[in-house]
Design a protein around this ligand. Structure first.
Ligand code: FPP
Length: 232
């Protein structure tokens, strides 16, 4: 959800106003995804590197996260949305961690749509944690090095049990993945949108989905080899 700060600066507004508008855009995007048949959306809300921002912005972001959750809880529930989180949320302040954990628990049975919020998330940190878990299992004799394959790694990522992303959208005209889902994005299509996140409306989402639909996904095979049911 990149570009909140620049969106605000362009309008002579404080950065936090950009984040507030970005948070509202997120709620609208969930509705748009459901209307357009998307079943899982993962958003990068706070990276493990975002702690380096001024304290005022960091605490403002968490207050915003707590507010947006409370303000739209009934709507999310009504639309049968499940909330999941990736990242180390133990480091988050209690006033936002508590409500997040409550909603993750209460929405467990919701099945129409899954919103995955990446909070204090970094792909390299996730990979290091998975490597440590595998090393610990090997040291404990539960696993042999030869038995370590992709399924062993995948099961130790924070996204275990979630589908890999088919499409990654980076807003605000930047052309980077910035430590987001580095392993899971191995075969993802990437679309770069020039608009700032607060301006990423349903029409923009439809443009990104149309671009995705035009791509030929080969997953390392030739076009002729591909089975229509291929998912990886
Ligand atoms: C990136 O824009 C956006 C963020 C770092 C925050 C995104 C968070 C929300 C939209 C609200 C939800 C918040 C939580 C914690 C659940 P930027 O600030 O990097 O923009 P810039 O690159 O234009 O400065």
């Amino acid at each position: 959800m990149d570009g909140n700060g620049r969106w605000a600066a362009a309008k002579g507004l404080p950065r936090l106003e950009g984040h507030r508008r970005g948070a509202e855009r997120l709620i609208e995007t969930i509705d748009s995804c459901i209307d357009l048949g998307v079943t899982t959306l993962t958003v990068f809300a706070f990276s493990a590197e975002n702690w380096k921002r001024p304290l005022e912005e960091v605490s403002g972001l968490f207050k915003l996260g707590e507010w947006i959750l409370r303000a739209h809880l009934a709507r999310l529930e009504k639309r049968n949305v499940r909330l999941r989180v990736i990242g180390d949320i133990t480091a988050l302040p209690e006033f936002v961690r508590g409500p997040l954990e409550d909603v993750m628990e209460s929405s467990k049975g919701n099945s129409a749509f899954t919103l995955v919020v990446a909070l204090n998330y970094g792909a390299r940190q996730e990979i290091v944690a998975a490597a440590q878990a595998i090393a610990a299992d090997v040291a404990a004799g539960k696993l042999t090095p030869a038995a370590v394959d992709w399924s062993v790694v995948e099961a130790r990522l924070q996204t275990a049990g979630m589908p890999d992303p088919d499409l990654i959208i980076r807003t605000s005209g930047e052309f980077r993945l910035s430590n987001f889902l580095l392993l899971q994005s191995a075969y993802a299509e990437i679309v770069f949108a020039s608009v700032f996140w607060p301006d990423f409306d349903k029409a923009q989402l439809q443009l990104a989905l149309a671009e995705f639909a035009k791509r030929e996904r080969r997953f390392g095979q030739t076009g002729a080899q591909l089975q229509p049911t291929s998912t990886k």
